[in-house]
Structure formats: C-alpha cells, structure tokens
Design a binder for this molecule. Sequence first.
Ligand code: 13P
Length: 252
Amino acid sequence: MGKRRPLVAGNWKMNGSRSESAALLDGIKKGVSSASKAEVAVCPPYIFISLAAKKLSGSAVAWGGQNLSVHKSGAYTGEISGAMLKDYGCTYVIVGHSERRTLYGENDALVAEKYGAAQAAGLIPILCIGETLHERESGQTETVVARQLDAVLDKHGVGSFRSAVMAYEPVWAIGTGKTATPAQAQEVHRFIRHRMEAQDKTVAESLRILYGGSMKGSNARELLAQADIDGGLIGGASLQAEEFLTICRAAD
Ligand code: 13P
C-alpha cells in the first residue's frame, strides 16, 4: 500500500436476516470514522440495500451490490439493473465474483458486459478474477488471470480502469480458511499491475487491487503490507462488525 487509498469491502453474499443486517450496519457505521485513511464499503444482498442506504447515508461507509444485470430494464424476471443500484445510492458493484462464474455460468464475455453495464450506470465495478486450485497446481495462474483481465481490457480499454477496482480472489482461498500467503498474493497482484502498466502507467499506478480469500482480522495486516495489495474484499469475516472493523483498522 502506498499512494493508493486502501479500500476494504465486505461481500456479505447470501447471508443475514433483516434484523441482523441492521445490527451489522449499525456496528460498522459506528466503528468507521470519516478521518480514517481506508475507505470502507459493504455489499449486502439486494433486498437489504435500501436498509444500507437508510443506515449509512451521511456516514463514512459506502455500499454496493454483489451483482447486476447486463440489461438496462425490461422483461428479465429476477434481475436488478445498475440504474436501480445507483438509485439506491450504491457506489460499487461486484462483477465476476468466482461464485457467479462457477455457480451461475458467468463467462469472461458476460463479466465484461456486466463491467460495462456497471460503468454505464455510474457505478464503480469491483472486478474479481482468480484461479482455481487445479489451475494453480498446473501452473496456469498467470494465464487464467491474464485471460480474465484481458476480456475486460479488450472490450472496454485500459482507460475504463480509471473508475474501477480489481479484486484478486484465488478460488481455492475463498471460504476455505486457506489464505494465500502474502508473497503468493503479492506475486499475482504485481502481475496484474504489470499487465495494466504495459498499456498505461498512470492507470496502473492508481488502480486499486484488493485481495480476497479468507482474509480476517488476524492475517489482514501482513497481506495489506504488500506493495501491490490495496485493500481487501472480505466474505465471512465481514459478517461480524468487530472482525470486519479489525481489518479496516489494519488498512488504515
Ligand atoms: P471469504 O472471505 O469468506 O473467503 O470470501 C472471500 C470472497 O469471496 C469475497 O468476495
């Protein structure tokens, strides 16, 4: 971390009741001051976004969605558009999370479309990329990460990353308690930044690349100390205010 403002974002995934969400939002809001160096955001399930908007507006905590439709509006039962998220004050939206890619068949082309739809709606996409265990063990980490990144770069150009955030989430580290070592994570973060640098040095230097995958209070500090890790995308550990706030403080 250095010149870039760190971002710690909680991805709640499909968790929590209305009352639990309210309590979590209150707890996080109380622990984050506008003076903190790190930026903090939460991405609750769609149905709790209006609650987040109500609780967090005027606070130092931003909020966002976990997914969006590629379409603007129309007959797409069950879908939510970028404009709807924007209308509820979302700053961010997660795009291409590995769970969307593997469980819901989102391929690189669709993820690139969603990235564009997010920006068209005035949202900042948090673009997730990362390799599976099999891909890592067969030495394909860089090939996979490059392919996922290039799908978006080729379609939207390097300039689009001026208003985007990236998240490197090794699939084998998500929800497994198995965190990438700081050196393993840094190596891939460096690789991503280098690839951007080849196209635009300024964009590469200002781009925030978050790490995600079993990040928690006890390992955040050493991950965040790496030169190219600019924050975290937190799953499980974002569901408890104190644990999440410990990570936010480590990023400060
Ligand atoms: P965990 O922190 O639960 O491993 O999840 C990471 C993640 O997928 C964040 O998007």
